[in-house]
Design a protein around this ligand. Structure first.
Ligand code: NAP
Length: 683
């Protein structure tokens, strides 16, 4: 018997005793045994805090992003092994795709987000500098730094790979070590993936530990620097959230729980329209994928009363074609539930729903299965129910049958559709299928507050749509109320869950040094040469170039207008310009100012500055009248090394002033600057 390992302090350890036997969802054969009895959970936490955390915090966000990329590439190369084992969980190859490939691609997305949207540094700056004093000598800046504890990840059984990776990627990117606890019934697949990740040697010591089995007294040793990210049932989430230590230490707790997700069919989407067909396809797919064991699956089918019968008829026909059986077989569309226990549980929940709704398709105890024994495998027939009075029913809005089960709820008006959606009391995902954008807006505004993610599907986006039930690394996953009130992923937002936001106050120079981003009012350094002569390494934050001033004449404005074709009246017509509340007469074009500014600050000779790739935050603050003068201050603001590319990004703070020292324009100039090595090789 394969007794699952626990990864404790970088060593694979077996729990005490024989452990609980885990069986294949399809054949009922034993797959592995699981136990974490006897582990020293306190020591695991201490190790994460004293070894994993410091190792990860040494790295910058970009280095951690590189690590995630290497890990994702490694898993991608060996994924066949995970697919082979995945069928024991009841998943078809198609079902395993979002779990295995989806999990790996989540890592790639976080890797890319970390390298593109976060600095090559250990501190993340949140928002703009806040001016807190009249003279600008005292300012404020919000920063994020990694929490100094461990992230406890408790996952559900239905996505043993993705469930782990979607939490692990943002956690490691944040610089926080994780202790992963997969759900027991499918932990063998998670364990295999963790083994392969550890064997790759990519992860710094202490950054990941694994518990296969119960969590023992782990919670008794949590402190305020630890976080818990939980996925599973509402019942378990509530229990864990009420742990005395979680309460007394204010341990950050994110919960992703059950959901009675809804999908509304718009009144325009009558039979014969592309949207009606899309709706049937979407609901069918959501019921069948992973045998309906998806927290985001459509449980409530909210359809116009006039065509609810057509929906039942079309869905029944589509479900009737679903081939159930051994997920490893190519002739199978839907595999088994994760265990016999889950099958019994779903049967009971269908019985609960039947008190208020009639089974109109499925529900049979015996049915044909392909290449498997229906008495042994945890197979369940797709089951559709119809509830005639959904506004006064309760079970259909609260009982989650975690399998291929969904209920049709007819509505009369859009207001009624909104009311029905809200009766789910908070969901992870909602969808609207309509080609009427007024309907889409009314339904989204009416129901968005009850949802973490919403998708509106019509004929224009359906072909490329990722579908109702697919959480994406770029978008938030989580939902209010019954869905747990938590939020995961959503790009950088998901990373920040594992970090502490702190408001830092002090002088501009102090805050520039802390955040590695120059702030107006901080020291300006004279670099001795034009800063464009310096390589990436030679440049220092605060290196400043002050240009000569130049006069801007009416001829300049006329010339620029004719040359560019921008003859807007404010630049050309004295009387019309003076009627404008912002101007006294003809003014210089904003783009003329930016162009002249470049002419004032660039150093033209071949040098380490390779390219200007844009400007950020451009604002024109004081109009520049003809015969005014302008000058520029250009200060090195932020440096971001781009791995081994031979260059880094340098952000410059540009400020254009007039003869009265009034600020005419402010912006960030973005450049690529060669490293020492690259510059030496080309100069
Ligand atoms: P569950 O029974 O609540 O278990 C979830 C996780 O909690 C498992 O890892 C489980 O471990 C662990 N757990 C249970 N009791 C615990 C305790 N006292 N201390 C520490 N950990 C404990 O849920 P499930 O049956 O596995 O999953 C199905 C449910 O999850 C469904 O309701 C579904 O909607 C929800 N779900 C939600 C999402 C989402 O993203 N929102 C995703 C998937 C599933 P053991 O397995 O070892 O008991």
């Amino acid at each position: 018997m394969n007794k699952l390992g626990n990864l404790v302090q970088d060593r694979w350890t077996h729990g005490d005793g024989d452990g609980r036997v885990l069986t294949s969802a399809v054949t009922g054969e034993p797959v592995a045994a699981i136990t974490s009895d006897g582990l020293d959970f306190k020591a695991m936490l201490d190790y994460a805090r004293s070894v994993g955390g410091p190792n990860l915090r040494k790295l910058t966000f970009h280095e951690r992003g590189d690590m995630l990329k290497a890990l994702a590439q490694h898993l991608n190369e060996i994924k066949a092994e995970f697919y082979a084992l995945s069928s024991a969980t009841g998943a078809t190859r198609r079902d395993s795709w979002p779990d295995i490939d989806g999990g790996i691609s989540t890592m790639f997305v976080f890797s890319s987000k970390g390298r593109r949207e976060m600095p090559n540094d250990q501190v993340y700056l949140d928002g703009n500098v806040e001016q807190l004093s009249r003279n600008g000598t005292f300012v404020g800046q919000h920063i994020y730094t990694p929490k100094l504890g461990a992230a406890i990840h408790i996952n559900a059984f239905n996505f043993p790979c993705w469930g782990m990776l979607e939490k692990l990627a943002p956690t490691l990117l944040a610089g926080v070590p994780a202790i992963v606890k997969p759900a027991s019934s499918t932990a063998y697949l998670t364990e295999l993936m963790v083994r392969r990740m550890v064997e790759s040697g990519i992860l710094p010591s202490g950054s990941v530990q694994l518990i296969c089995g119960g969590v023992g007294d782990l919670f008794d040793h949590l402190d305020c620097q630890d976080t818990i990210a939980f996925t599973g049932s509402k019942h378990t989430a509530e229990k864990l959230q009420q742990h005395p230590r979680v309460i007394s230490e204010s341990v950050a707790f994110t919960a992703e729980t059950d959901s009675l997700n809804m999908s509304i069919l718009g009144p325009d989407a009558t039979p014969g329209t592309p949207e009606f067909d899309l709706y049937i396809q979407e609901v069918r797919n959501e019921m069948v994928a992973k045998a309906g064991q998806k927290c985001t699956a459509i449980r409530r089918i909210i359809a116009p009363a006039g065509i609810a019968g057509d929906v039942v008829k079309a869905l029944s026909a589509a479900l009737g074609e679903v081939r159930i059986g051994n997920p490893a077989s190519a002739d199978v569309d839907m595999g088994a539930l994760a265990s016999q226990g889950q099958r019994d549980e779903v049967r009971e929940r269908v019985a609960d729903l039947s008190a208020e709704a009639e089974v109109v398709f499925g529900g049979n105890d015996t049915f044909d299965v392909v290449d498997a024994d229906s008495r042994i495998g945890a197979f369940f027939m797709p089951t559709l129910l119809m509830c005639e009075k959904p506004l006064t029913s309760t079970a259909v809005h609260s009982v989650e049958a975690f399998g291929p089960v969904s209920t049709v709820l007819p509505y009369g008006s859009l207001d009624e559709a909104v009311e029905l959606a809200k009766l789910g009391e908070g969901s992870l995902a909602g969808s609207i299928i309509t080609n009427d954008n007024n309907v889409a807006r009314e339904l989204v505004l009416g129901t968005a507050a009850y949802h973490g993610r919403m998708i509106v599907i019509n004929r224009h986006c359906a072909a490329e749509s990722t579908g109702h039930g697919s959480p994406l690394a770029h978008l938030v996953h989580g939902g209010p109320g019954r869905a747990g009130g938590g939020e995961e992923m959503g790009g950088v937002r998901g990373v920040l869950h594992y970090m502490q936001r702190t408001a830092i106050q002090g002088s501009p120079e102090t805050l520039s040094r802390i955040g590695h981003r120059w702030i107006r009012g901080a020291d300006e350094r004279d670099p001795g040469v034009h800063p464009f002569r310096k390589t990436f390494e030679q440049l220092e934050l605060g290196d400043t170039f002050r240009s000569k001033s130049r006069n801007v004449t009416l001829d300049d404005i006329n010339h620029f207008a004719e040359f560019t074709g921008d003859t807007f009246y404010a630049h050309m017509d004295e009387a019309a310009a003076a009627k404008n509340p912002f101007f006294e007469g003809r003014v210089a074009h904003g783009y003329l100012i930016v162009s002249f500014a470049a002419g004032l600050f660039v150093d033209p000779d071949f040098g380490p500055v390779l390219a200007n790739y844009g400007v950020d935050n451009l604002r024109f603050l004081t109009p520049l009248n003809y015969d005014d003068t302008m000058a520029v201050r250009l200060t090195c603001k932020q440096k971001t090394l781009r791995g081994d590319s031979g260059y880094g990004e340098v952000r410059w703070d540009a400020e254009v002033t007039n003869q009265n020292d009034e600020i005419v324009a402010q912006y960030d100039v973005l450049t690529m600057v060669a490293t020492d090595a690259h510059w030496a090789s080309v100069r």
